[in-house]
Design a protein around this ligand. Structure first.
Ligand code: AMP
Length: 391
């Protein structure tokens, strides 16, 4: 059964619990207070929160933050988030002292009110998906909304458990968008559909390669992952990053996927990995050299495939893009994706950074907010948080 969206519900006068992803990066300032260094995740859930408020709901927000390992830790409190959210919403946000218990129950918001619960992971029961804890969370609300796509691959009390104890559960606007675009890319893509996969390891993306291999028309491989495949073809890889124990599997994937899978035909190589290190472009990686980016012929070949695509799915950089000039391949492909006019769905923090660096953010159809969750989705794995909504 497909899930409900918050748009399908009557929220008037209801108390709505929204599981958000407010796992923001924090840093201690000179005074010793924790400060938010990026409010991107808070902003990503604003449309859902605002929607609920505009439709007459009282809103309870809940999130984890960091890894407090089941006990209170002031450095991982959501208090700074409450302050920032209050500024962004332009209305008071009440910070709860905890996420369950009588003190929290006494703070349940009236319509128009916003209550932010304290870090869910202060309680070990959250990650254990404890049903008593889930029941207590569920008792706070009339309606449950999950907007935390980035946590949907975890079966925790706030993402899965509490759905068993609420009468109405739905996806928030952000979650809905994630499922719409990722779902479209995987289940019903406009063709030709091209996937670009890069990053450090084949082992992290085996299931993604296998699943997307069934769906897409072309699979473009870059990053260090490519060298394990080249090794499987018996080609020299020098000192490039190769997963020796995955060479055989790479060989099987090559055989399974046949001509769909494209590998780099030239490489930028260095003797040591450092920003600005002396480098050269080669077709065959010499002994002692390390591949750090795809070369110009590969960029041209991949860009040609991308230009003809109607759907592009992208996860992972084509090289060590953190160390310019080894970002060239990644940035060039970001531009090719943006200019292709294809529906483009990008996942993973690195690809998002590359899109920013290429200055093409507004030209990408959908940038996923969930790294791990989007990879599992692309691998065809049921996300527990989504399965719970579908139930
Ligand atoms: P992932 O998290 O698997 O998407 O991998 C991202 C990381 O892969 C980035 O930090 C890149 O620097 C790294 N990476 C990409 N290409 C290479 C390469 N040729 N050699 C080593 N690391 C790479």
């Amino acid at each position: 059964m497909p899930h409900l969206s918050i748009r399908d519900l009557d929220l008037n006068g209801k108390r709505v619990f929204i599981r958000v992803d407010f796992n923001v990066p924090l840093q201690k300032n000179e005074k010793g207070d924790m400060e938010i260094t990026s409010d991107k995740r808070i902003k990503a859930s604003l449309p859902t929160i605002q929607y609920a408020l505009d439709h007459g709901a009282g809103v309870i927000l809940a999130s984890h933050l960091g890894r407090p390992k089941g006990k209170p830790n002031p450095e991982m409190s959501l208090k700074p988030v409450a302050a920032r959210l209050q500024e962004l919403l332009g209305r008071p946000v009440v910070m709860a002292p905890d996420c369950v218990g009588p003190e929290v129950e006494a703070l349940k918001p009236a319509p128009g009110g916003v209550l932010l619960l304290e870090n869910l992971r202060y309680h070990p029961e959250e990650e254990k998906n404890d049903s008593e804890f889930a029941k207590k969370l569920a008792a706070l609300c009339d309606v449950y909304v999950n907007d935390a796509f980035g946590s949907a691959h975890r079966a925790h009390a706030s993402t899965e458990g509490m759905v068993h104890f609420v009468s109405t559960a739905a996806a928030g606007l952000l979650m809905d968008d994630e499922l719409k675009y990722l779902g479209m890319a995987v289940n019903n893509p406009a063709r030709p559909c091209v996937a670009i996969l890069g990053g450090a390891k084949v082992s992290d993306k085996i299931e993604v390669i296998q699943n997307l291999g069934k769906v897409v028309d072309r699979l473009l491989i870059g990053g260090a992952m490519a060298y394990t495949f080249l090794k499987a073809q018996g080609k020299p890889t020098g000192n490039s990053l190769v997963e020796a124990d995955k060479v055989e599997l790479a060989g099987r994937l090559l055989a399974e996927l046949g001509g769909k899978l494209m590998l780099p035909v030239d490489h930028v190589v260095v003797s040591e990995i450092a920003a600005g290190a002396a480098n050269e472009v080669v077709e065959t990686i010499p002994e002692g050299k390390i591949g750090v980016d795809i070369g110009p012929q590969t960029i041209a070949a991949y860009a040609q495939v991308i230009a003809a695509a109607k759907t592009v799915i992208w996860n992972g950089p084509m090289g060590i893009f953190e160390k310019p000039p080894f970002d060239k391949g990644t940035v060039a492909l970001a531009k090719a994706v943006a200019n292709s006019g294809a529906v483009s769905v990008v996942g993973g923090g690195d690809s998002e950074k590359a899109i920013k660096a290429a200055g093409v953010t507004g030209k990408i159809t959908h940038v996923s907010t969930g790294g791990g969750a989007s990879l599992e989705f692309l691998a065809g794995i049921q996300l527990p948080g989504v399965a719970a909504l579908n139930r």
